[in-house]
Design a protein around this ligand. Structure first.
Ligand SMILES: NC(=O)c1ccc[n+]([C@@H]2O[C@H](COP(=O)([O-])OP(=O)(O)OC[C@H]3O[C@@H](n4cnc5c(N)ncnc54)[C@H](O)[C@@H]3O)[C@@H](O)[C@H]2O)c1
Length: 359
């Protein structure tokens, strides 16, 4: 296989209040005419975020503003098809540009559509949720879900620009903010203890919270890992910390009709996987306690029952990161580092679930 060495360029990530102005310069610099530009939003980002881009709204013909329903259900092949048809009807060409303005659903779906339409057109991400800004818009993974299974179809495809304006977070519902914050905590746990200590000093309800610093620091950590392994064959799996248990929690709770946010599930997953690291004597009891209290300071626990254990175990076993029968985890060996490809036995997984249930 031949890969370009580094398709991911952190230089294309622009931060701050001027990020939105930068879009105008970017469009001008690339000679995009208004007819070339399509904007994908959901009903909330069309309402709360699109007005922050008055020039674009003014210039781009109204029928090139695409609005879909908000929520994970929209990350579907059906919606991708709808957008392909719209692009065709409105005579998009290979020179067209798709601007994805929204949370992770919009950047995943819009990135997927752009990277496959006519074998790929350019796209720009303007992430508007914390999850989007620190995670989904960074690193070139695009996806749609299929038959209720997350991210079954997708591409590695890198946006021309990622424009991050933390002012968008003002209108983000608290539950969504906390969901994104779980990934922020994950970044600290996998890369930098000092950053975790900084986060612990934060009061997220304080309107003066310095989101710019937090988002920048998290993006740096993710970018640094993606740069080393853009196609996820090795070190990028560090970012999966909390996600093997986390995805299983997310699906289990959804099936029970008590859906939890992605971040809440990842937070639960990080607790279970830290316990697993403790069982394997990779971290001390003191470190386990510190991780636990750090997560629980911000993110509410999920209530699970012993009856859920088998379902969660089966979901973990079918996780895409597993190789044949081996179940793989990314586990901490101290606060600020994780090791990838660590196996675990059935009995250890059950012990972690029991530990979490008893908290
Ligand atoms: N590609 C990746 O590497 C990657 C990484 C992490 C997550 N993801 C994906 O991201 C998705 C989750 O992202 P998300 O949490 O942003 O979900 P989301 O896109 O559904 O956004 C959450 C909610 O917040 C609303 N919203 C977004 N920005 C807003 C704003 N500024 N003001 C008011 N409301 C706003 C949305 O309309 C939605 O209702 C999942 O599908 C997940 O799989 C992808």
């Amino acid at each position: 296989m031949i890969f370009t060495p580094t398709p991911f360029d952190p230089e294309q990530i622009v931060f701050g209040p001027s990020a939105l102005k930068h879009l105008r310069d970017f469009l001008k610099g690339r000679n995009y005419a208004p007819e070339d530009i399509f904007i994908l939003t959901d009903e909330n980002t069309a309402n709360f975020c699109l007005p922050e881009l008055p020039d674009l709204v003014h210039d781009v013909p109204g029928e090139q503003l695409i609005k879909i329903s908000a929520g994970e259900k929209s990350k579907s092949l059906k919606n991708a098809e709808k957008i392909y048809r719209l692009l065709m009807e409105r005579e998009a060409t290979r020179q067209s540009l798709l601007v994805n303005l929204g949370g992770g659903v919009i950047t995943d779906l819009g990135g997927f559509v752009a990277s496959t339409f006519k074998r790929g057109i350019s796209f720009v991400h303007i992430p508007t949720s914390l999850m989007g800004q620190v995670d989904a818009a960074i690193g070139g993974k695009t996806a749609v879900n299929l038959d209720g299974i997350k991210n079954q179809l997708g591409t590695f495809s890198f946006p021309e620009q990622v424009l991050i304006y933390t002012g968008f977070l003002k209108t983000l519902p608290e539950e969504e903010l906390l969901s994104g914050f779980a990934e922020v905590i994950k970044h600290a746990l996998i890369a930098n203890r000092g950053y975790l200590e900084y986060l612990l000093e934060q009061d997220l309800h304080n309107p003066g919270t310095d989101w710019e610093t937090i988002v920048k620091r998290s993006v740096e950590i993710k970018s640094d890992i993606v740069l080393q392994d853009p196609y996820d064959f090795g070190v990028r799996r560090k970012l999966n910390f909390g996600h093997t248990f986390g995805h299983a929690f997310e699906t289990c709770m959804q099936r029970k009709g008590r859906a939890v946010s992605h971040g809440q599930a990842v937070a639960a997953g990080m607790i279970c996987e830290s316990h697993l690291a403790y069982l394997k004597t990779m971290i001390s009891f003191t470190d386990l306690g510190f991780i636990l209290s750090s997560i629980q300071k911000f993110i509410q626990k999920i209530i699970i029952e012993a009856d859920d254990f088998d379902v969660i175990f089966d979901l973990i076993r079918s996780d895409k990161k597993n190789e044949r029968e081996r179940i793989n985890f990314s586990l901490p060996d101290r606060i600020g580092n994780v090791q990838i490809n660590k196996g675990a036995a059935h009995v250890e997984i059950l012990e972690c679930l029991n530990f979490y249930k008893m908290l």
